[in-house]
Design a protein around this ligand. Structure first.
Ligand SMILES: *Cc1c(COP(=O)(O)O)cnc(C)c1O
Length: 384
């Protein structure tokens, strides 16, 4: 079986983790944590970065920093991972779901303005697969209505929008280093603070609501409880593992790019014939996905690939149709995110996937479409 993902190991994770163990400094905010944060600050020009235990944690920090209160509204794409919405729900906020583009999972920037009310506090965007959202339009909208923008850049490490690094454009940005992401340490994340007004408080929330970070720098004589907060910082074991990955970020990005570009070339005849859509011209190298015509085709294709030893999978279920959201909210229709949820297929994509494996997978996809005969009268709506 060709797996969907295989976490890549550089040659230095074990040495760095061993070093943490022999140093006997295992808890958070040690030298490896600082090195990871400094890496992002130096490489992308981010002004302040805080390593977290997950992207979910970084999103929760963002919701606290933006001072979300019960009744406040946040605009979130429906086609995303649950944490993008949950972080705000935990603060009592109401999540207002936005639709995707018709042919791409990213939030449709032309449909955001109609969702803004006098309770709206922030817009969260997700750069799906590392493909940037239309940030110029979104930042202008935020300025016009005095809103904050949070970039969920979980897919977007080392991605750019008009030469600006993703995660560095909104007031706050978040990254994920979960095992399934490009750069990973099992579980991990990062909060990027781009708006200086949040810098000081971000450290306090990160350190359980105390000014311990100031204390460590010798700025205060004792550390005290001064705000809300939680234990958002990861252990040095994770940070050490992550640093090894960061030092190989160019190679890792390059290899994923190779895989995506090769799929693109191999599947171009299917794109030209209108059988599938891919996002190639939009950039982004976290995953390779295609959009097929219907849910029925998608299910048959995934089945066929699995039978032929290829682990292809679909992705998010739209959050506006989730059992949790429907418990308290009326059912609404977001046709583009529903259609994408029904028709998106992700193919294996990882550093060690060889060119000949990409060719084999592409050939199998083409063979499927050659022999596929649609069955009529099958309902398309899984999520409805
Ligand atoms: C993976 C992911 C998350 C959550 O990341 P964790 O590090 O697992 O908490 C959030 N948002 C998006 C878009 C993701 O893909």
């Amino acid at each position: 079986m060709i797996p969907f993902n295989k976490p890549y190991l550089t040659s230095t994770e074990i040495a760095y983790v061993t070093n943490v163990i022999s140093n006997r400094y295992i808890s958070g905010n040690g030298s490896y944590t600082k090195a990871c944060q400094a890496y992002f600050e130096r490489t992308y020009g981010f002004s302040k970065c805080l390593l977290t235990s997950s992207c979910t944690d970084a999103l929760e920090m963002a919701a606290i920093l933006l001072d979300f209160k019960p009744g406040d509204e946040v605009i979130v794409p429906s086609y995303t991972f649950v944490s993008t919405a949950n972080a705000f729900i935990l603060r009592g906020a109401n999540v207002i779901f936005a639709d995707s583009h018709a042919s791409h999972p990213n939030i449709d920037e032309t449909k955001i303005e109609e969702l803004i009310t006098n309770k709206t506090k922030a817009i969260v965007v997700v750069h799906y697969g590392g493909v940037p959202c239309e940030m110029d339009t979104i930042m202008l909208l935020a300025k016009k209505y005095n809103l904050y923008v949070v970039e969920d850049a979980a897919h977007s490490v080392s991605g750019f929008y008009k030469n600006k690094p993703l995660g560095g454009i909104g007031h706050l940005g978040v990254f994920s280093f979960h095992e399934t992401k490009n750069i990973q340490c099992g579980e991990g994340g990062l909060l990027v603070v781009n708006d200086k007004q949040f810098e000081k408080r971000s450290e306090i929330i990160w350190e359980k609501g105390t000014n311990r970070s100031s204390f460590s720098r010798g700025e205060v004589k004792k550390y005290e409880w001064i705000d809300v907060g939680s234990s958002f910082l990861p252990s040095e074991l994770n940070a050490a593992y992550l640093l090894a990955q960061l030092e190989n970020i160019e190679k890792i990005t390059q290899e994923r790019k190779r895989v995506c570009e090769r799929y693109d070339k191999q599947l171009s005849s299917l794109v030209q014939s209108g059988t599938i859509k891919v996002a190639s011209e939009l950039g982004g190298h976290h995953l390779f996905y295609m959009l097929v015509e219907t849910l029925e085709v998608r299910s048959a294709l995934i089945n066929y690939l699995n039978k032929n030893g290829i682990n292809a999978i679909f992705h998010y279920l739209p959050l506006h149709l989730s059992p949790f959201h429907l418990k308290t909210s009326p059912k609404l229709s977001l046709p583009c995110s529903e259609h994408i949820a029904n028709t998106l297929v992700r193919l294996p994509c990882f550093v060690e996937l060889t060119d000949s494996q990409v060719d084999l997978i592409s050939q199998t996809v083409k063979t499927f479409f050659k022999q596929y005969k649609p069955v009529l009268d099958v309902s398309e709506e899984v999520n409805a």
